[in-house]
Design a protein around this ligand. Structure first.
Ligand code: SF4
Length: 357
């Protein structure tokens, strides 16, 4: 199935799931919270997610960690990498562009390199010009933009995102659809969508981040499950900049799900899984920790992934060791999309989690 009616996917019969690029490439995936420092102080931000004081590790340690991840991953055959940076605010890291330059510096000896950041997109267009230059050697660059109305102006925010797309950066705006403000947030999402910018509609999670909060109507839930499917707006903006015609806008279908009869289904983003309550993989064989890790500052823990109850793999200052083999999931709910997109399968299916290396 390659249409956008995600409601048709028989989720109760799915036996393997993962981001398509992870299933089809020798790709090792890193998700890295660089620190909690943020240049905004939004009234609703969780205290643990935010700090007014810079709390970043020295550049030399960040570079060493990138090298060590690549060393351990290439030893087991992975020669493609995806590094995703968040915070706090990653662009507020004074050495962020140097980190990206270092990450990109061995592109010629690797098969594929991509990067992502989750950002409030507060820097100026001039800064983004440098960002585009720093990431030029990479195969794919993407940004999840968080709009914070207390600090950002809609029009200026949209202008920056269109500029990024014109320069071949994939963009989506994160919109947490709080049930009490659903209509207001929907209208805001429509404003950005009307400017050909993707919007990721996220259901609000409870405080322990284990379930979607109560209070959505059936109609609102349907919109969260199927509304505003991601489209390749970046190609459209690139074509417009070059004054070329684009005949058809392609859907973006990043996630592949295989059912128990071997049929493949596709969804635009793993961010929708929570809206479907599709986030329980306890007992499944999960490749997180073997071909992916997360680094969480400010404590410096290196883990299998964010939701996982497993013991940490190590620490940014003391070193870390990837799992020697695929491990079963021991965690009741896999709530972060950074976790749920990592390929996993029901035991006994034998379906591959990455291409033969
Ligand atoms: S919670 Fe962790 S181990 Fe379990 S499926 Fe998610 S990423 Fe894998």
């Amino acid at each position: 199935m390659r249409n956008e009616d995600f409601n048709q996917i028989p989720l109760n019969r799915v036996v393997r799931v993962g981001q398509n690029s992870l299933l089809t490439k020798d790709l090792f995936c890193v998700s890295w919270i660089l620190g909690r420092f943020c240049n905004y102080s939004c009234s609703y931000c969780w205290p643990y997610a935010h700090s007014r004081k810079p709390d970043h590790r020295p550049l030399s340690l960040v570079k060493q960690t990138i090298n060590e991840i690549k060393r351990q991953a290439t030893q087991r055959g992975f020669r493609s990498f995806h590094f995703s940076f968040s915070g706090g605010e990653p662009t507020a890291h004074s050495k962020f562009l140097e980190i990206l330059r270092h990450y990109a510096s061995d592109r010629n000896s690797m098969n594929y390199l991509s990067t992502h950041m989750t950002s409030n997109c507060s820097p100026s267009i001039k800064w983004f010009e440098k960002y585009i230059k720093a990431t030029e050697p990479l195969d794919r660059v993407s940004v999840t933009a968080s709009f914070h109305a207390e600090f950002a102006k809609e029009e200026e925010f949209a202008e920056k995102l269109i500029f990024l797309q014109q320069n071949n950066v994939k963009v989506t705006i994160n919109m947490v659809m709080v049930p009490e403000r659903f209509d207001e947030l929907w209208n805001k999402a429509l404003y950005f969508h009307g400017k050909d910018i993707n919007v990721t509609l996220k259901p609000q999670s409870n405080t322990s981040a284990t379930k979607v909060v109560e209070g959505y109507t059936d109609e609102q839930l349907l919109r969260l499950r199927t509304g505003m499917p991601q489209m390749d707006f970046t190609s459209k903006h690139v074509a417009e900049k070059k004054k070329l015609n684009i005949n058809k806008l392609s859907p973006v279908l990043q996630v592949k799900l295989t059912d128990d009869e071997g049929q493949d289904w596709f969804m635009d983003q793993a961010e929708r899984f929570n809206a479907f309550d599709f986030n329980q993989f306890k007992g499944w064989e999960c490749s997180a920790g073997y071909r992916s890790i997360i680094i969480r500052e400010p404590d410096g823990t290196i883990k299998r992934s964010y939701s996982c109850h497993d013991k940490p793999l190590g620490h940014i200052e003391k070193g870390f060791q990837l799992f020697p083999k695929i491990q079963p999931c021991i965690t009741p709910t896999c709530v972060s999309s950074a976790d749920s997109k990592i390929p996993k399968r029901k035991p006994g299916t034998g379906l591959p989690l990455w291409p033969e290396l």
